[in-house]
Design a binder for this molecule. Structure first.
Ligand SMILES: Cc1cc2nc3c(=O)[nH]c(=O)nc-3n(C[C@H](O)[C@H](O)[C@H](O)COP(=O)(O)O)c2cc1C
Length: 368
């Protein structure tokens, strides 16, 4: 099947991308004290040279004392960290690429295996990471207000440094998702509630503040997931109607692109339709969407953390859905960890040279 539809340009506000392929955000923990090193800049520049259309950075945390559980995860605040990020974006632009940082607050976390902990307890809607596990503080309204401001500040810094867009991490069981989920949001004030729509208030206010800080013309992406690591099969929105009540207010608040995280892009979201999450998000909101999840690989990514390898697989089903108009952009994770030239190889039909994924790709910043 022709891959031409992956190689059409995409333009939206501040984004001007040469093809439809997005590097998925992937935490690498190679930024000691939260500062991206020159090696990190080279790693991203190599993906731009390899013709990735839009690079999403690994999650990079906002300016809250306990926004991270790992000293090697990059900050998106502070002079030294932002100087590191400036080198990253300049290198990506020099190679003809585009990039957005994924701004992140982890919320309530498990303590990291390294033993490092932030100087204040983790913070979240109700102190919970999952229904049976409390490991931090319940945020006060003042904490919430300050955190929303910190997301906005990070977005403003992204624009100031020259990034092409910004992605808000609202997925995978971290802070914003902890507000969305009834299992971790037990609040009885205006940030809680029985319905997903009510529990979306925090996420909506984050989007509004980000929009306010970057202006109308800067593309804002939000990453969302139905699942979380502590509940793979859970669904925040159990029906299309619930999904409408969740996504439309986020769109109204200022989201331009919904990045719909699935572990396997071909899995339908609801009964009686083969549409995936990105397909439904586009149909409901009319906004652009990004799909993701095992594109071009045989196995899914959480198994990869357990050491499982994956082989290259066909793109035909992806292209069928894309040509039908289900989504605009396609994010690719593990193939790009292992091979900075993955996109080029797809474009040139060099499929016999694709590497697949093995756990060694997690251990280093591979640059060739
Ligand atoms: C090493 C690694 C780190 C990841 N870190 C993040 C992250 O920081 N933020 C995020 O939203 N997703 C993260 N993910 C999920 C990926 O963005 C992506 O959704 C997932 O790997 C599925 O895509 P794939 O099947 O193409 O690998 C990570 C995945 C991997 C493999």
């Amino acid at each position: 099947m022709s891959t031409d539809s992956l190689f059409r340009p995409f333009n939206l506000k501040s984004l001007s991308i040469k093809n439809r392929i997005v590097m998925a955000p992937m935490t690498r923990s190679f930024s000691p004290d939260g500062i991206p090193t020159d090696a990190v800049a080279t790693y991203y520049q190599k993906r731009a040279e390899g013709e990735v259309g839009l690079i999403l950075s690994e999650g990079t945390v906002i300016d809250r004392v306990s926004s991270s559980n790992d000293a090697n995860i990059p900050h998106f605040y502070g002079e030294k960290s932002l100087a590191g990020w400036k080198k990253v974006i300049d290198g990506v632009h020099a190679a003809g690429g585009s990039m957005a940082p994924q701004i992140w607050h982890m919320g309530i976390m498990d303590n990291h295996a390294s033993g490092w902990v932030p100087s204040q307890p983790f913070e979240g809607p109700s102190g919970l990471n999952r229904p049976d596990f409390n490991n931090g503080n319940t945020m006060t309204e003042k904490d919430i207000e300050d955190t929303i401001i910190a997301y906005g500040k990070a977005a403003a810094d992204a624009k100031r440094l020259g990034f092409d867009s910004v992605e808000i991490h609202g997925a995978h069981g971290y802070l914003i998702d902890q507000f969305f989920w009834e299992g971790t949001n037990l609040r009885t004030d205006g940030y809680g509630g029985k319905t997903l729509a009510e529990r979306s208030r925090f996420g909506i206010e984050v989007v509004k503040e980000v929009r306010k800080q970057v202006g109308e013309d800067f593309a804002v992406i939000i990453r969302l997931s139905q699942w979380k690591p502590s509940a793979y099969t859970s669904q925040l929105a159990k029906t299309p109607q619930e999904m409408e009540a969740w996504l439309n207010p986020l769109a109204d608040a200022g989201v331009d692109i919904f990045h719909c995280s699935q572990r396997r892009f071909w899995e339908p979201e609801f009964e009686d339709s083969d549409l995936n999450f990105a397909g439904w998000a586009k149909k409901i909101t009319g906004k652009s969407t990004i799909t993701v999840g095992s594109v071009g690989l045989t196995g899914e990514f959480l198994a990869a953390f357990g050491g499982e390898s994956s082989d290259p697989s066909s793109l035909d089903e992806l292209l069928r859905r894309m040509d039908r108009g289900d989504f605009d952009l396609v994010a690719v994770g593990r193939p790009l960890l292992a091979d900075p030239s993955w996109v080029k190889k797809i474009k040139e039909g060099r499929t016999d040279e694709l590497k697949g994924f093995s756990k060694e790709a997690l251990a280093a910043l591979i640059i060739d």
